[in-house]
Write a protein of this length. Sequence first.
Length: 50
Amino acid sequence: ALGEVRGIKRFGHAFCPLDEALSRAVVDISGRPFACIDLNLQRPSIGEGD
């Protein structure tokens, strides 16, 4: 699908502030047939809101 891969960077990342959270996206084009995902979804409470 990528055709000639010479010159293509195989890794990229970006940070994007969204409202009151900082999101991070990472892409790795390596040809490995698996993904390792580690999510730490703990978040502190802000004020007394629900």
